[in-house]
Design a protein around this ligand. Structure first.
Ligand code: PLP
Length: 374
């Protein structure tokens, strides 16, 4: 079935006890055994598995057209579970402008683990190729990237990684693209992660993450153990809320994309704006690749104003409709001075503002930017 239909139906069923059309929230932490000591309905204890998490996992696997997904308590809990599955001495390649949280996981949580990491420009195949080593085990891709909106060629990275060694697994953080606009697994990437906190739940009211795989592999199995036995699980209510968001995901992300395209074009023509980073603009360096591997360009963009940090902060301060807040993917438009969130180590330009374009009317969003940029 088409993705819109799967978004509404996959993983769901009519409640056999009541006929409820919307799945109940099963808060029970434990499930009854039969007199013979078995678990006839397949659930024993809620950390290990529960009906709401299973429904969400089935639905997200279906959106990526595969069988297996694992849901976690946050997007970074997925990253933690994957990195934890590596052995000391293993080598990771990650994008040089990767979401800063991954750098923190690798550097601050796993600093003592003895991992080697190369941050490469994944949009430059030669740079990526030069980063490969005999002990490379995990290739991390993020496309479009946060916050510079760099686009990585998923098919090329998957093919090169396969050629470089059977021991290498590739994972794509598809949070900005969602499972609607981009299908990394169809490009040959082994696993995809999403922060479900963003577009998938879609209403800025629940934190979560998902790991979805194209095939059985040891890192996925270790992540499953980290989820079930390590316990970084989302609650049944979190899963219920997230799944409710998925109902409308295909239509929301198209509207986000249309609005972002309008806002990007407006910003591009504005004299106070130095650069706009949005893959939907024909002169974006990743436009052709994005057009090939995405069905629309998504709701995220960033732009650099002529001026410095204070100029950028001033624009954000004058916004009335855009809310000054971090995160993305909700109905409200958000604007963020990214460098000050990322702190002194940041590689993000000081004159850059990141925007999550919401579901308001684009005319109102543009009017707000117009007065803020004056
Ligand atoms: N990946 C990307 C691209 C993100 O933007 C974020 C959060 O902003 C994450 C992962 C982490 O997700 P979470 O905040 O759910 O842990």
């Amino acid at each position: 079935m088409k993705i819109e239909t799967r978004a509404v139906h996959a993983g769901r069923h009519i409640d056999p006890a009541t006929g409820a059309v919307t799945m109940p929230i099963h808060l029970s932490t434990t499930f009854e055994r039969s007199p013979a000591g078995e678990y006839p309905l397949g659930f024993s204890y809620s950390r290990e598995d529960n009906p709401n998490r299973r429904a969400l996992e089935e639905c997200l696997a279906s959106l990526e057209s595969v069988k297996a997904a694992l849901c976690f308590s946050s997007g970074l809990a997925v990253a933690t579970a994957l990195v934890q599955g590596l052995e000391p001495g293993d080598h990771i390649i990650a994008p040089d402008d990767v979401y800063w949280g991954l750098r923190k996981v690798i550097g601050e949580v796993f600093g003592k683990w003895g991992l080697e990491t190369t941050y490469a420009d994944m949009t430059d195949i030669d740079d990526f190729h030069a980063a490969l080593r005999p002990n490379t085990r995990l290739v991390w891709v993020e496309t479009p990237s946060n916050p510079l909106m760099k686009v990585t060629d998923l098919t090329a990275i998957a093919a090169l990684s396969r050629q470089a060694g059977a021991n290498i697994l590739t994972v794509c953080d598809g949070t900005f693209a969602t499972p609607i606009l981009q299908h990394p697994l169809e490009c040959g990437i082994d696993m995809v992660i999403h922060s479900t906190t963003k577009y998938i739940s879609g209403h800025s009211d629940v934190v979560g993450g998902a790991l979805i795989t194209r095939h059985d592999n040891y890192l996925f199995e270790r992540a499953r153990k980290s989820q079930r036995y390590g316990g970084s699980v989302p609650s049944p209510f979190d899963c219920w809320l997230t799944l409710r968001g998925v109902d409308t995901l295909p239509y929301r992300v198209r509207a986000h994309s249309e609005n972002a395209q309008r806002v990007a074009q407006y910003l591009k023509a504005h004299a106070a704006v130095e650069t706009v980073h949005y893959p939907g603009l024909p002169d974006h360096p990743g436009h052709k690749t994005a057009a090939r591997q995405m069905s629309a360009f998504g709701g995220m963009l960033s732009f650099q104003v002529h001026g410095d940090r204070e100029t950028a902060l001033g624009v954000a301060a004058r916004c009335r409709l855009f809310i000054r807040a971090t995160s993305l993917g909700g109905a409200h438009s958000l604007i963020e001075h990214r460098a000050s969130v990322e702190g002194p180590q940041t590689r993000t330009p000081q004159n850059l503002l990141r925007v999550s374009v919401g579901l308001e009317h684009p005319d109102d969003l543009i009017a707000d930017l117009e007065q803020a940029l004056q």
